[in-house]
Design a protein around this ligand. Sequence first.
Ligand SMILES: [Zn+2]
Length: 413
Amino acid sequence: MTQTTNSCQYCGSALATTLVDLGLSPLSNSYVPLEQAARPDNMYPLHARVCDSCFLVQVDDVVPADEIFNQDYAYFSSFSQSWLDHCLDFATSTSNRFKLDEDSLVVEIASNDGYLLQYFLERGIRVLGIEPSASVAKVAQSKGIDTRVEFFGKSLSQNMREEGLSPDLICSANVLAHVPDIGDFVAGVTTLLTGDSVYTVEFPHLLNLINLGQFDTIYHEHFTYLSLVAVERIFGDQGLRVFDVEEVPTHGGSLRVYACLSDAAHTETDSVQRVRSKERAAKLHKVDGYLGFEPRVERIRDNLMDYLTEAKAAGRTVVGYGAAAKGNTLLNYAGIGTDLITYVVDKNPAKQNTLLPGSRIPVHGVEMLTTSPPDDILILPWNIKDEVVAQLADLRKSGIRFVTAIPEIEIVE
Ligand SMILES: [Zn+2]
């Protein structure tokens, strides 16, 4: 096991302030195949801290890198319709705003199965995906999306530059948190940008994580948790400037940041100052903004346990919807097992017929909700609650209740 360094992954300062200590947890995406049920989970401390110097929130670096990157499970972005709709909107608006056409090149970092680039390709724009997972990259390639199976960083971007690649737009969504060396990643973006070309990056907004108690989005595979204050500091160090930011609803409230080279022509929009002000009001530029989170997390856990134990005492069966990584953080932190949640369903066949790491709750296909109906369904990925309730409207009509636990227990009758 790697030793905890307790120094900032980005700036190297000592990490003295805890955001929340979630105890010991297995890797959130290490779904256990049934034939390996006898093998115990590897447990690692899950402890989030904030750097008092650059305000990068990060989890202790305690898991060997090969364990994080060699997980069998493949995540396919195209499984969520609301996410696809969001991507189509983004491709349309950026193509119009930055006047992208058949002479333009759009590069996506962590392009997954081509869920986003397909919409640029439909508009006749040249695209190139960069995706470290060969299995998901193959799906993108089968859709005609040129994809390189590599990790992105300064060394790859230098090669791309030497090959004459000069993207007009580089985009990435939900990748920054997964990058072990955020400085090298951003330096790679700077290397590829020229003139007025644009980098867009989307990430769950730390302000929402803190305000809405979204502690379950903390897991070992997410190295960092980002605010605009930390992003502007890191981007600035690497020669980038933020000129626009949008607050978007995905993943419980994300920021979509638009950046360019520091000397590019893009003028800063008012929304940048608006988000900066919100973060300052929440004191995210000071240590004070990060204190007091842990007791709120404990309260959310206690309320969930009260709900589950009362349901059990009343003879009600509770199952989970969505074998999401965030659900695993919640279940393991609260110590919930099959005594309280009988099974979990998920649409992704790769997760079905496995056991959740740690809690060892079995994962089935969604049809299980009909063949073995519960009384209540706890929706673990609360960010897609509305979508799930709409999809399962028939079950709701039959009297099944839908429950979410974050930011507080909410029951949809
Ligand atoms: Zn730092």
